[in-house]
Design a protein around this ligand. Structure first.
Ligand code: SAM
Length: 407
């Protein structure tokens, strides 16, 4: 990379930060400020804490190798259990935010664990006594594994929805289920079309629900961004070896190479330079959208799509992003457009380690809180916290419909 490119990338990054923080003036808040104090919150905190301790006990006594689950989830669970207290602290926080101040009691609450992976958020919610827990994941192997784990842990999961948001919405409609919250961790940065994802959630009629999506892909945290950009460049340009326990869905081919292959087999008449140029310009697109770009190129000699970020990239076969670094201002805007009221919360460091580590993390947490919206630079993750009121959204749609007809 030339120093000019590095300089240009640095400038692009800084512009993105300015845009992100400039746009959402004061709307990034420390999650503590969002929590209501009072007996109800205290009760909920206690409920989360005792569920965490029970689930932790069950998990550390599991003999993972003897479980009849995939190698992928055996490894995944092992890594979670290695830091189980931190993990459960984080999941507990997401569940607390999902249920706190809700007019619905935990026993009557309907919670979706979106992109649940090995199911720990679902199991913690069940352990807390949440009335209805719906586990979802796009990966069929994880859906099957979670059913088995549910039996072993003695935590009955009545709803397992395998698929994307479309399958989830279909399932809820067919079973006349109205949700109270959709909660997830480390999934938002993998969803192919985030805008359409939220649009679809906003179409859930009759529901008054909350979105609590935590994600470690914090675009404001420079250390994290530095390491993730290296990974993005690697998956874009380098083929990978199959590792034990690798997810079956993940492509091992370099994403750029995969796009070239797709383009040349879709449009065999294009020259190798044209294929190369189109493959570079379609970074961040899935096959069907790449083909649309090729059609546009053949019609107009150019394409309108432009990768908005210097390194963000996705698997062109599945649309799974390699840690999509998302602009907070943009996230907030697309949710507001769909009738959600949104806050982007700065995550906190978990404090279950040794006294020394705990003290350092407590200092960091205090700094994040004091720094307000600038605390996001040091935060280990962020949370999209959004409330959806169907009537409010209908009102805003009615207004935009009236606006359309008056034009
Ligand atoms: C990094 S893992 C996180 C799993 C789990 N939430 C956790 O905290 O361990 C991301 C999960 O999201 C799932 N996923 C990715 N894209 C998805 C989508 N569009 N819809 C549903 N699940 C998705 C993946 O299969 C994977 O299990």
């Amino acid at each position: 990379m030339t120093s000019l490119t590095v300089g240009a990338n640095g400038l692009a990054w800084w512009t993105a930060q300015r845009r992100t923080f400039g746009n959402i003036e004061g709307k990034i808040v420390m999650e503590k400020r969002n929590q209501a104090s009072g007996t109800e919150s205290k009760q909920l905190l206690d409920r989360v804490a005792s569920a965490r301790s029970r689930l932790c006990d069950k998990l550390i006594h599991l003999n993972i190798e003897s479980l009849d689950i995939s190698e992928y989830n055996q490894r995944y669970l092992e890594s979670k259990i290695a830091g189980i207290n931190d993990m459960l602290q984080l999941y507990g926080r997401l569940l607390y935010l999902s249920l706190n101040n809700s007019p619905v009691s935990p026993e009557n609450f309907v919670l979706v664990d979106y992109g649940g992976g090995s199911g720990l958020i679902s199991f913690l919610a069940l352990e807390m006594g949440v009335g209805t827990v719906i586990y979802n994941d796009i990966y069929d192997v994880s859906c099957a594994d979670v059913r088995r784990l549910s039996k072993v842990l003695g935590l009955t999961l009545d709803h397992v929805v395998c698929g994307d948001v479309d399958e989830l919405i279909l399932y809820l409609g067919e079973n006349s289920i109205f949700i109270n919250s959709i909660t997830s961790y480390d999934v938002l940065e993998h969803i192919y079309d985030v805008e359409s994802h939220f649009k679809k959630l906003a179409s859930l009629s009759g529901s008054q629900f909350r979105i609590v999506y935590g994600s470690g892909a914090n675009i404001a945290n420079l250390l994290y961004v530095h390491s993730v950009r290296k990974r993005q460049i690697e998956v874009e340009y380098k083929d990978r070896e199959k590792r034990p326990g690798q997810k079956g869905r993940d492509s091992l081919q370099a994403y750029l190479g995969a796009r070239k292959k797709m383009i040349s087999s879709y449009a065999p008449n294009l020259s190798s330079e044209q294929v190369e140029q189109l493959a570079c310009s379609t970074r961040g697109l899935i096959q069907r959208d790449i083909e649309k770009c090729v059609d546009e190129y053949r019609r107009q000699g150019r394409i309108t799509y432009h990768p908005g970020h210097p390194t963000n990239t996705c698997d062109p076969y599945t649309g799974n992003w390699c840690e999509h670094l998302l602009d907070f201002g943009w996230l907030e805007q697309i949710l507001e457009n769909e009738g959600f009221s949104v806050k982007i919360l700065a995550g906190r460091y978990n404090t279950s380690k040794s006294l020394l580590k705990k003290s350092v993390k407590l200092v960091f947490n205090a700094a994040i809180q004091i720094l307000g919206r600038w605390g996001m630079f040091a935060a280990p993750y962020y949370i999209v916290y959004a409330e959806f009121f169907a009537e409010k959204a209908a009102g805003s749609n009615r207004c935009s419909a009236a606006h359309e007809t008056s034009r």
